[in-house]
Design a protein around this ligand. Structure first.
Ligand code: NAD
Length: 471
C-alpha cells in the first residue's frame, strides 16, 4: 500500500515537472539552466564544456549506459509518438508514421561505444595503441527536415565518442528540439550522468548559431543542412564536418523486374514526403522500358501529369522566384500538392510523376516534396550520364535498378556518391531493409560519409616501449 502511495506521489511529481517545463518554455520565462536549455549560447557552451570534463572522467561502461538512456527515452512508445507528432505539427512537413520509423531507426541503429575500435601494434619495440578520443565540445547545427532524428543520432554518436554537444536547431523546429533535449537530459540526470551532456538555447536563431560557431570552447562543428550552412562551418577555421544537400537520381535499365523497381521508387520517393536528403528526386529510364515503368508506378501510388500546362502550373505552385522550392510545399504529401493544383485524389496516391527533359527545374532542383520527374534516355550509358549531371557533384546518394553488374559498377564509379543503392528504395542505404547502421548526418563534402561515433573523434597514439609485447 505504502509503495503505491510513493509511486503515485512520484508520478504526480513527474507530471507537475513536465507541465512546468512546458510552461516556462512557452511563456519565455526560462532564465536559468533547465535540463540543458539555456538563455544564452555562451551559457550553453560553458555548461557543455564543464559536462565534457566530467564525461571524460567517467568509465566507458558509464558512457555506454548514457547512450542506452538516450535510446530508451526515445523508444518509449509515448515519447516516440509525441516527438513524431510534434515535429509534423511544428514544421508542417513530413508524415507522422514515417517520422515514427525514422526516430526509432535513429535510436535503435546508431552505433554506440562499440564503434570505437582500438588499433594495437606490437613488436620488439613494445606496444602502440591508436584510439578514438573525443574532440571535446561539439557544436551541431540540425535541419528542419529531420530535426529529432538528427539530435537523437548525433547525440548518441557524439556522447559515445566522449564529447558533449551544443545543438543549434533549426528555428522552425525549436519547440520539438528543445522538448527532446530536455527529455534526454532529464533521463540522463536521473541515472546520475553529468548535467548538460546535450545543451541548446531557448531561442535558436542564426545569430546564436554564429555565436556557437565562433565560440573558442567549441572544438568541432557539425552541420547537417543545405549548402549555405555547410560552407559556413567550413570557413570558420575549426575542424568541420559538413553533411550537405543531395539530389539523388535513380537510373532504371531494361534488365530488372519493372514492377519491383516501380514499387521501390514510389516507396523511397514518398518516404516522409520526400524530406530525406537520400530520397529519390528524379528518375532516368531507358527509353524502351520507360512506358512499362510509368505503368507500374501508376499502379502503385503514382499520379501522372500529362498535360504540359498542368506541369507548368505545378511549377508555379511549388517553386519560388529564385527557382528553389517554396518552403510551404516542402515535405507536403502528393494528395495535398495535387489538391492545391485543383486535382482531388485518394490517399493511395503517394507521388506525382511527369515526363520532362533532363534540364527541367524539377530534375535540377532538390525539391524535397514527392514530385518525381522522369527523363528518357536512349540507353543505359546515356541514363548514367544524365544521372551524373542531375546529381550536380554533390556526391551524396544515387540509386540504380539493374542486374547488369558492369553498368552498376560504372554508375557507382562515375557518380562517386557516399551512398549507392542497388535494386531497393533509397532508405535501404540508411539501414531500413538494408544492412548497416544508420545516421542522419551523411557527410559527403568533408568525407566522413555515414557518420558514427568515430567520426566525431580524434585518433590519438599511446606508445609504450620495451614492454607489454608478449608474443
Ligand atoms: P537549411 O540549410 O535551411 O538549415 C539547416 C540548419 O542550418 C538550420 O539549423 C538553419 O537554422 C541553419 N542555417 C541555415 N543557414 C544559416 C545561416 N546563414 N546562418 C546560421 N545558420 C544557418 O536546411 P534545411 O531546410 O533545414 O534542411 C534541408 C537541407 O539539408 C537539404 O538540402 C538536405 O539535403 C540537407 N540535409 C542533408 C543531410 C545529410 O546528411 N547530408 C541530412 C539532412 C538534410
Amino acid at each position: 500500500m505504502n509503495m503505491d502511495i510513493n509511486l503515485i506521489e512520484k508520478l504526480v511529481r513527474d507530471v507537475v515537472e513536465e507541465i512546468n517545463l512546458d510552461k516556462v518554455v512557452k511563456e519565455g520565462q526560462l532564465t536559468k539552466a533547465c535540463f540543458g536549455v539555456f538563455e544564452t549560447m555562451d551559457a550553453a557552451v560553458e555548461a557543455s564544456y564543464t559536462a565534457q570534463k566530467k564525461l571524460l572522467a567517467s568509465p566507458m561502461k558509464k558512457r555506454e549506459a548514457y547512450v542506452q538512456v538516450i535510446r530508451d527515452v526515445v523508444l518509449k512508445k509515448e515519447n516516440l509518438e509525441m516527438l513524431s507528432k510534434l515535429t509534423v505539427e511544428e514544421t508542417g512537413m513530413g508524415n507522422y508514421e514515417h517520422k515514427v520509423i525514422k526516430n526509432r531507426l535513429a535510436a535503435e541503429k546508431t552505433p554506440g561505444t562499440e564503434d570505437l575500435t582500438t588499433h594495437a601494434l606490437t613488436g620488439d619495440d613494445g606496444l602502440t595503441l591508436e584510439e578514438y578520443c573525443p574532440f571535446g565540445v561539439v557544436g551541431a547545427v540540425t535541419p528542419t527536415t529531420n530535426p529529432t532524428e538528427t539530435i537523437i543520432s548525433n547525440g548518441i554518436s557524439m556522447i559515445a565518442g566522449g564529447n558533449t554537444v551544443v545543438f543549434s536547431p533549426h528555428p522552425r523546429a525549436k519547440k520539438v528540439s528543445i522538448k527532446l533535449i530536455q527529455m534526454i537530459n532529464k533521463a540522463l540526470e536521473e541515472v546520475g550522468a553529468p548535467k548538460n551532456l546535450i545543451t541548446t538555447v531557448r531561442e535558436p536563431s542564426i545569430e546564436n548559431t554564429n555565436i556557437m560557431m565562433n565560440h573558442p570552447k567549441i572544438n568541432v562543428l557539425v552541420a547537417t543542412g543545405g549548402p549555405g550552412i555547410v560552407k559556413m562551418v567550413m570557413s570558420t577555421g575549426k575542424k568541420a564536418i559538413g553533411a550537405g544537400a543531395g539530389n539523388p537520381p535513380v537510373v532504371v535499365d531494361e534488365t530488372v523486374d519493372m514492377e519491383k523497381a516501380a514499387i521501390d521508387i514510389v516507396k523511397g520517393c514518398s518516404f516522409d514526403n520526400n524530406l530525406p536528403c537520400i530520397a529519390e528526386k528524379e528518375v532516368i529510364a531507358v527509353d524502351h522500358i520507360a512506358d512499362y515503368l510509368i505503368h507500374y508506378m501508376k499502379e502503385n501510388g503514382a499520379y501522372e501529369l500529362n498535360d504540359p500546362s498542368d506541369i507548368q502550373k505545378l511549377m508555379a505552385l511549388v517553386m519560388n522566384d529564385k527557382g528553389g522550392p517554396k518552403t510551404n510545399f516542402v515535405g507536403k504529401s502528393a494528395v495535398h500538392i495535387l489538391k492545391e493544383l485543383g486535382i482531388t485524389v485518394g490517399s493511395d496516391i503517394k507521388v506525382i510523376i511527369m515526363e520532362t527533359e533532363k534540364d527541367h527545374p524539377f530534375v535540377i532542383e532538390e525539391l524535397m516534396m514527392p514530385i518525381l520527374p522522369i527523363v528518357r534516355a536512349k540507353d543505359v550509358d546515356e541514363a548514367i550520364d544524365i544521372a551524373y549531371e542531375a546529381e550536380k557533384g554533390n556526391r551524396h546518394t544515387a540509386m540504380m535498378h539493374s542486374k547488369n553488374v558492369d553498368k552498376l559498377t560504372k554508375m557507382a564509379k562515375l557518380l562517386q556518391t557516399t551512398i549507392f543503392v542497388k535494386n531497393a528504395p533509397s532508405y535501404a542505404g540508411i539501414g531500413v531493409g538494408g544492412e548497416g547502421c544508420t545516421t542522419f548526418t551523411i557527410a559527403g563534402p568533408t568525407g566522413e560519409g555515414l557518420t558514427t561515433a568515430k567520426s566525431f573523434c580524434r585518433k590519438r597514439r599511446c606508445v609504450m616501449t620495451e614492454a607489454l609485447h608478449i608474443r
